[in-house]
Design a binder for this molecule. Structure first.
Ligand code: NAD
Length: 349
């Protein structure tokens, strides 16, 4: 049964990690290493059962393969889940986990996700060098992610309206956190009008003062008469309730997993003639940042790689148009093509 699931999803290796003292149960899923070592963060979560944990690891690791391939970085996709209550987390448990990561000798490189803090990563690092996100030579991923989203907006505008000029356009930004705020700055500098929403009155006031943004209530952001909607807060916000409200012709934002149901809502957006920038392509600044931290951060290299987001999105829009498929499906085809090429050149077919 497990081999059947793994075959269907295309995984290379699933490692079940178990220790009695300290008690630890973890699953490391390596989806694909054709392009390079599998990168994927470690999540600690009290999953209801083993099946739920495995499902999460399989789904998220496959997503990482596509993300890295679309970002054009020499890395593959992986993910690890530790099955535990956050209150039961101990240093011993994290170190035991680190030894499992070390046993893979670099096939899997990890970092922090839900319920794992930078301090936890430091503890894991006591047992393995295959972790990233401890030293932040780059100043964190948000500025580079915001730049990537801005370049994605430029690509979408060019494809949709055949213009490189953004001046006078209006963008609705949902969420003014680390990415949203940096994005607003880029947009403002290019003469774009901003309509923004956040639960935090301090954050909306700051963006209003800095960039003259119009502030609306969080539930009003979807129905604004704008050219572009930029989700930079939570996942699942493109759904059956919000799609009918949207007036924007482009969706281009940083939030992960924006489509509540990838197939259904991706198709609804096509029917509504809204150009959707696949989230894991446009927000690749995050993984590009992590990858560069791993190889020794050089600002030039990282920013050059982020510039690729622009060309990659244009290629994805073309594939989607030519093959009459959603942009999400087009990005998967592009990723599959890049992976296939790597396998051919390594004679791994
Ligand atoms: P953040 O936590 O700094 O900011 C999120 C902001 O959204 C907060 O200010 C919060 O108040 C606001 N918010 C939450 N729900 C909202 C709602 N319904 N309406 C309006 N505002 C709402 O997060 P961030 O680092 O800016 O990341 C934003 C999104 O982008 C997240 O989904 C994150 O997973 C994704 N992402 C971030 C990075 C990165 O480099 N930080 C990289 C890739 C993807």
């Amino acid at each position: 049964q497990l081999f059947e699931t793994v075959r269907e999803m295309g995984h290379e290796q699933i490692l079940y990690c178990h220790g009695k003292n300290p008690d630890i149960r973890a699953i490391i899923a390596i989806h694909d290493t054709s392009l390079g070592p599998a990168m994927g963060a470690t999540r600690l979560y009290p999953y209801v059962n083993e099946e739920a944990a495995l499902k999460d690891a399989l789904r998220l690791s496959r997503g990482m393969t596509y993300k890295a391939a679309c970002a054009n970085i020499p890395a593959g996709g992986g993910k690890a889940v530790i099955i535990a209550n956050p209150e039961d987390k101990t240093d011993e448990m994290l170190r035991a986990y680190g030894r499992f990561v070390e046993s893979l000798k670099g096939r899997f490189i990890t970092g922090q996700d839900v319920n794992i803090t930078p301090q936890d990563v430091r503890i894991i690092k006591q047992e393995t060098n295959y972790v990233v996100g401890v030293e932040e030579k780059s100043g964190g991923p948000a500025p580079i992610t915001a730049l990537g989203v801005f370049l994605g907006i430029k690509a979408a505008v060019e494809f949709r309206w055949q213009t490189k000029n953004l001046e006078g356009m209006t963008v609705a930004v949902q969420g003014l956190g680390n990415v949203g705020k940096n994005l607003c700055r880029h947009l403002h500098e290019h003469g774009i009008k901003l309509i923004v929403a956040d639960f935090s009155p301090e954050k909306t006031a700051e963006i209003k003062n800095l960039f003259g943004a119009t502030v609306v209530e969080p539930d009003e952001i979807y129905s604004q008469n704008v050219d572009i909607f930029s989700p930079c807060a939570m996942g699942g916000i493109i759904n059956s309730q919000t799609i009918p409200q949207l007036q924007a012709k482009i969706i281009a934002g940083a939030a992960n997993n924006q489509l509540d149901n990838e197939r259904l809502h991706g198709q609804r957006l096509v029917e509504k003639d809204i150009l959707y920038c696949p989230d894991y392509v446009i927000n690749a600044g995050g993984i590009i940042n992590v990858y560069n931290e791993m190889i020794g951060y050089e600002e030039d290299t990282a920013f050059k790689q982020v510039n690729n987001i622009y060309d990659t999105l244009l290629a994805i829009f073309d594939i989607a148009q030519q093959q009459s498929i959603t942009t999400n499906d087009a990005s998967k085809r592009l990723a599959d093509e890049r992976i296939m090429k790597a396998r051919i050149s390594k004679n791994q077919l």
